[in-house]
Design a binder for this molecule. Structure first.
Ligand code: NZQ
Ligand code: ZN
Length: 385
């Protein structure tokens, strides 16, 4: 096992009705900005429920944070916090609202150009305003981690940032809040959580036995419940299991002490920024090809994945790996998520622009061995057509 430093201070308040606990979680004299996305927080009633739980507080609202939250929009919230002298932020939404809130929390204290915080992948952050979250979409794990992904529209740049100061103080996880999700967003959430586990599990063995078993249990739970949640979105236990799976998939636990990959994510971010596919849609397109292209360096873990996650008992090791990659693709398809670029009307013409963006963003040595270069990504994209 590799050395590690595991830190996660986020308080999780899980279960039906827990939004009513907000008054206990936020200091009484706080001046709060509630951040949210488009229409869903209002139309589902979650925003009203949050406001009711915060009666007695001074509350301001900032809506309109879009999927793949944009720098340009978020800076307007920064201005509002400064002009109204607010001191706590409450994000109500999915990964985009929570990620955007992380950026806002840090940008409020940024003395230079806040975009530089993103360009430094979050390392330039020195202070952040305290914030909490009410999660409405299980997928990203943003509710329990220190990462955010921010897009600047002007130059189509989508970059991750991470910093210890960016963990939410608390997150309220009420599984009934995701009853209203469209099928597509539930499927996206299952795919995103699944690929988060794969990025931390499917690398090379370092005798992280417990981490491997944790990861395999998350993958198997997602395989088991993913299609069921799509069929029964109002089933409390299914939504509860999905929500907790998604949080544990990216809260630092399974990645502590093991190598991590993230090449699929970094290439996927470029596809979203240039061609507007949803985050999980890019992952379902890239992951099967990334595994195929890197099957030699990932060989031992691919065989373990085949055997322990998919119960593949084929003696021929190459065939077992083929089967495991195919089952991964079929799982995404079974959830209704496409796995080919051409299904989005994207052809070979997208490859060079995507590689140019990877280079512009210093994403030239990806993967657990730093050997996923733009040349390797070219092959991956060819396989994804
Ligand atoms: O905007 P509204 O109207 O609120 O609608 C949203 C949005 O259109 C809707 N929605 C959310 N909760 C709902 C709901 N609709 C009905 N009922 C509800 N309860 O869902 C749509 C998608 O929301 P979004 O927040 O964009 O989805 P997701 O949670 O998948 O977040 C995606 C973003 O997170 C980033 C992605 O790159 C992307 O920008 N990621 C963040 C990570 C992290 N912080 O650790 C890791 C991930 O790998 C990922 O990169
Ligand atoms: Zn993701």
């Amino acid at each position: 096992m590799l050395n590690f430093d595991f830190y996660n201070p986020t308080n999780i308040i899980f279960g039906k009705g827990q939004i009513s606990e907000l008054g206990r979680l936020i200091e009484k004299n706080s001046r709060i900005l509630i951040t949210y996305g488009g229409k869903s927080a209002q139309s589902t009633g979650t925003l009203q429920e949050v406001k009711d739980a915060l009666s007695g507080y001074e509350v301001h609202l900032f809506g309109g944070i879009e999927p793949n939250p944009r720098f340009e929009t978020l800076m307007k919230a920064v201005a509002l916090i400064k002009s109204e002298k607010l001191d706590f932020i409450l994000a109500v939404g999915g990964g985009s609202v929570i990620d955007g809130t992380k950026f806002i929390a840090a940008a409020v204290y940024c003395e230079g150009d806040p975009w530089d915080m993103v360009l430094s992948f979050g390392q330039g952050i020195t202070k952040a305003m305290p914030y909490g979250a009410v999660l409405t979409l299980p997928a990203t794990g943003s509710e329990m981690n220190n990462g955010g992904v921010i897009t600047r529209d002007s130059d189509k740049t989508k970059l991750p940032m991470m910093n210890r100061l960016l963990y939410p103080r608390f997150s309220v996880l009420d599984p009934t809040k995701s009853y209203t999700l469209p099928t597509k967003q539930i499927a996206n959430g299952v795919v995103d959580a699944y690929v988060h586990v794969i990025e931390q599990y499917l690398t090379y063995p370092v005798n992280g036995h417990l981490q491997d078993r944790f990861s395999e249990s998350l993958l198997q739970t997602l395989i088991e419940i993913g299609p069921q949640v799509i069929e029964n979105p109002q089933d409390y236990d299914l939504q509860a299991n999905l929500m907790w799976c998604a949080s544990l998939a990216l809260n630092g636990l399974i990645g502590a002490g093991v190598p991590q990959d993230w090449a699929t994510h970094m290439l996927g971010h470029e596809i979203t920024a240039l061609y507007n596919l949803d985050h999980a849609e890019t992952l379902a397109v890239v992951l099967p090809s990334m595994l195929q292209q890197n099957r030699t360096s990932k060989r031992e873990k691919l065989l373990q994945y085949a055997r322990r996650v998919w119960n593949i008992e084929i003696a021929d090791e190459e065939k077992a790996i083929d089967e495991a990659i195919e089952k991964t693709r079929s799982f995404f398809i079974s959830l209704g998520v496409k796995t080919r670029l051409n299904e989005y009307q994207l052809g070979p013409e997208v490859i060079e622009p995507l590689l140019a963006q990877l280079k512009a963003h210093r994403m030239t040595q990806l993967g657990e061995h730093n050997d996923v270069t733009p040349e390797v990504c070219r092959e991956v994209l060819q396989l994804s057509l």
